[in-house]
Design a protein around this ligand. Structure first.
Ligand code: ME8
Length: 505
């Protein structure tokens, strides 16, 4: 079984920020989870390098678009190992292999009769690289996302006959499924039921892009080139051979709501126009927001300047803490505010106290009372009952990309284990030789519970969980089958030094 997951490809007009890390970590958590299930996973991310957003930013900095793209693509590429993203490939749309595939694909769309030449006139946002419909224009002809004046554009373009896919797209949206969560599904469907107009496919004023093969005076409008990355990458980025036939269509495409229209409407229409299968599902997450200078919660974005630097956060708290925080604080699928104070508070109360302390205490008690050897005793059936069905719940939730809800279920058990320590008070049992068997049971149960949550937390916090698994002396690995309570061995523990989440000075 294969699982092909993608993130948007990010514009190289500036350096990466936490919003980009967020989508990528979300996709990574799912990729790692599906690897735990033994599936053939392919995880793609990369950079979107053509078009006006990049050309304009380069002009402003006095460099060529290629120079700017090289500089910033390197930053995005460096972000991936830094956030522990396990992407199988990093695509850059300036890659000649991508460009060649875009031309071949679009030639097919052309030959199938879905393009024509026409005159475009309308309002255009150079930052979105998007022509705005009448209902997408903010006061004073400004862009509602970037809050900059829109340009009035008039040019001769090649058009894509989007309108001719009206019926097929209505069918796609007849039943929920293609887009999640349901609010986004409804929004996507309303774009379609509102009636589709043909869209520009090329630009004659720009040179920074992929040449239109049947009219080299034009380059493709950047979105056509960009969306195709999901498809082209499989032919040259998935190993020695072309793996398109095995991996296409994508299982899951992750993106934020800012680019819903392109992915939910234009993208399936392009695929239909070329006779290709559609992705199985698009999951649309919300925005990470941050307080602006005026105290408003605004979408974190390069142009608004209210960004949290993921590198700084990771330097201070570690990569796993960032990964955890993002998906704990902001429910995947909704908007949510992040802040340094919120981050520090979760680090302290949840990572250092709930999980880190549980690990340190459990290991310390096994070391002290049982000379480092986890007792062979059977685990407590009452505690086992509370873990019953947990792996299945997590699998079901992650099948629906409910990353935050799955984390919450796991964390409920982390908290349960802490209460178990308090209830059982092993330090009291240790004082009474008649309670030796009970102490064995309690210590074994704690080690086992900790092992189970650690297997399930592995996709969220890969480094921490590996370290803890080593310290527990467990070698059962991270396969999802290992998440059954009672399946662990009687490992020999090692003290965690430093602790998993050291207290911050
Ligand atoms: O739109 N909160 O690139 P982009 C959450 N190149 N996610 C955020 C975010 C925030 N504040 N800010 C950015 C583009 N993102 C196009 C995409 S795809 C074929 C082409 C994430 O650099 C989120 O995934 O503006 C969003 O959809 C994406 O970055 C936009 O990145």
């Amino acid at each position: 079984m294969s699982f092909y997951v993608t993130t948007p490809i990010y514009y190289v007009n500036a350096a990466p920020h936490l919003g980009h890390a967020y989508s990528t970590i979300g996709a990574d958590i799912l990729a790692r989870h599906h690897r735990q299930r033994g599936e053939d996973v392919f995880f793609l991310t990369g950079t979107d390098e053509h078009g006006e957003p990049v050309a304009l930013a380069a002009e402003k900095e006095g460099v060529t678009p290629k120079e700017l793209a090289d500089r910033n693509a390197a930053r995005f590429e460096a972000l991936m190992p830094r956030i522990n993203a396990s992407n199988d490939f990093f695509i850059r749309t300036s890659d000649p292999r991508h460009k060649e595939r875009v031309q071949a694909f679009m030639q097919r769309v052309h030959d199938n009769g879905h393009v024509y030449k026409g005159l475009y006139e309308g309002w255009y946002c150079p930052r979105c690289a998007d022509f705005k419909g009448e209902n997408e224009i903010a006061e004073g002809n400004t862009c509602p996302i970037h809050r900059i004046p829109l340009d009035r554009e008039e040019e001769e373009n090649w058009f894509f006959r989007l309108s001719s896919f009206q019926e097929q797209l209505e069918e796609l949206y007849a039943e929920p499924g293609f887009v999640a969560p349901s609010t986004r599904f409804n929004e996507a469907r309303s774009f379609i039921t509102g009636g589709l107009n043909d869209v520009s496919l090329s630009r004659a004023k720009l040179t920074w892009g992929v040449e239109v093969p049947w009219d080299p005076a034009h380059v493709f409008y950047v979105w056509f080139d960009a969306l195709l990355n999901y498809y082209t990458a499989l032919s040259f980025g998935a190993g020695e051979r072309d793996r398109t036939a095995e991996l296409w269509p994508a299982t899951l495409q992750i993106l934020a709501k800012d680019i819903l229209k392109f992915h939910a409407v234009i993208w399936p229409a392009m695929l239909l126009a070329a006779g290709e299968a559609l992705p199985q599902k698009l999951f649309i997450h919300g925005y990470l927001t941050m307080k602006s200078e005026t105290g408003e919660d605004l979408k974190m974005s390069k142009s608004l300047g209210n960004v949290l630097d993921p590198f700084e956060v990771m330097d201070k708290f570690g990569t796993d803490a960032l990964r955890y925080y993002c998906f704990r604080e902001v429910s995947f699928g909704q908007d949510g505010a992040v802040s340094t104070a919120g981050f520090e508070s979760r680090y302290e109360t949840e990572l250092a106290n709930d999980y880190g302390n549980l690990a340190s205490r459990t290991i310390a008690m096994i070391a002290r009372y049982r000379d480092r050897a986890t007792p062979e005793a059977e685990a407590d059936p009452a505690l086992a009952a509370e873990f019953e069905g947990l792996p299945g719940e997590v699998v079901d939730l992650l099948d629906r990309a409910e990353i935050t809800q799955a984390l919450e279920r796991i964390w409920q058990r982390v908290r349960r284990l802490n209460r178990y320590v308090e209830e059982q008070a092993p330090w009291k049992l240790a004082k009474d030789p008649e309670q030796a068997d009970r102490l064995d049971t309690v210590l074994r149960s704690l080690a086992e519970g900790l092992r189970v949550v650690t297997v399930l937390l592995h996709p969220y916090m890969p480094e921490t969980t590996e370290r803890l698994m080593g310290a527990l002396g467990q070698d059962g690995g991270f396969a999802i089958e290992a998440a059954g309570f009672g399946g662990g061995g009687a490992g020999s523990v090692t003290t965690l030094d430093p602790p998993l989440f050291p207290k911050q000075p």
